[in-house]
Design a protein around this ligand. Structure first.
Ligand code: ATP
Ligand code: MG
Length: 249
């Protein structure tokens, strides 16, 4: 069974002029896959991620995560489901300034009422994996952008979610920090078999994925698989983006 199934998903924003942001979209993501989503500005990428994250409701169709439809759950259950099954990594990191790196990472566990011993053990493990064990006591304004994003990734991972959703995780980073973050995501994917769905405008970041789905006008336009070297995949991504047209945003 796939971790994520998107079935005939349509999202219409009602307004003075109704807008179909997602148009009968259908795909699946298997356990341990690292999938990129690319497409021009306004093609529906964030809408798709928000519907999968249960931040937004579909107009028709459905999504399933581990076989369950989170939109069919009540409010309390949805909140629990989101916390247990999903990990989020955003462009703006969403870290809390008043907390240390360690306190930020541990947040999902403390919400779930884990014991102090368990939290400490998991923080060490996760921080080691992401190379941030040395900065656990620092506050977020004392660390670099790349370290912030790795902290955000550690927080998204610490409860071993079924699915990690990332919206432009390298959007605010310079190229060196982007490379570090992508190497870490790639390592998590290969070593931990983490399942990752990542929206990105960056062809270099996308070339770390095993598959890239291209969307246009709320529909799937095409998808390509990595297979060979990252360099060759990068070139095929660039070619597909120019076919796709539109403003790359
Ligand atoms: N809350 C909303 N109400 C009405 N229309 C919306 C709303 N959110 C998004 N849209 C429209 O839906 C379409 C898809 O928007 P979305 O934010 O998903 O695009 P995107 O692919 O993430 O673009 P970008 O690359 O610029 O982030 C756009 O035409 C947008 O104007
Ligand atoms: Mg967007």
């Amino acid at each position: 069974m796939p971790i994520l199934e998107v079935k005939q998903l349509t999202k219409i924003y009602e307004g003075r002029v109704a807008h179909k942001a997602l148009d009968n979209m259908q795909f699946a993501v298997g356990r341990g896959e690292f999938v990129g989503i690319m497409g021009p500005s306004g093609s529906g990428k964030t809408t798709l991620l928000n519907v999968i994250a249960t931040i937004d409701e579909p107009t028709s169709g459905e999504i399933r995560i581990n076989g369950r439809n989170p939109h069919a759950l009540g409010k309390r259950e949805t909140a629990l489901f989101r916390r247990r099954e999903l990990g989020f990594v955003f462009q703006h990191f969403n870290l809390l300034d008043s907390l240390t790196v360690e306190e930020n990472i541990v947040l999902p566990l403390s919400l779930d009422g884990a014991s102090v011993e368990e939290m400490e053990r998991k923080v060490r493990q996760t921080a080691d994996k992401l190379g941030i064990a040395g900065i656990l006591g620092k506050r977020t304004y004392e660390i670099s952008g790349g370290q912030m994003q790795r902290t955000a990734i550690a927080r998204a991972l610490i409860h071993k979610p079924s699915l990690i959703l990332a919206d432009e995780p390298t959007g605010n980073l310079d190229s060196k920090a982007s490379t570090e973050v992508m190497e870490q995501l790639r390592a998590l994917h290969t070593e931990e078999a983490a399942t990752i769905l990542m929206v990105t405008h960056d062809a270099v970041a996308a070339s770390y994925c095993g598959r890239v789905i291209f969307i246009k006008d709320g529909k799937i336009y095409n998808e390509i698989y990595r297979g060979e070297s990252r360099q060759a995949f990068f070139q095929r991504i660039i070619d597909m983006l120019s076919l796709l047209g539109g403003r790359p945003a």
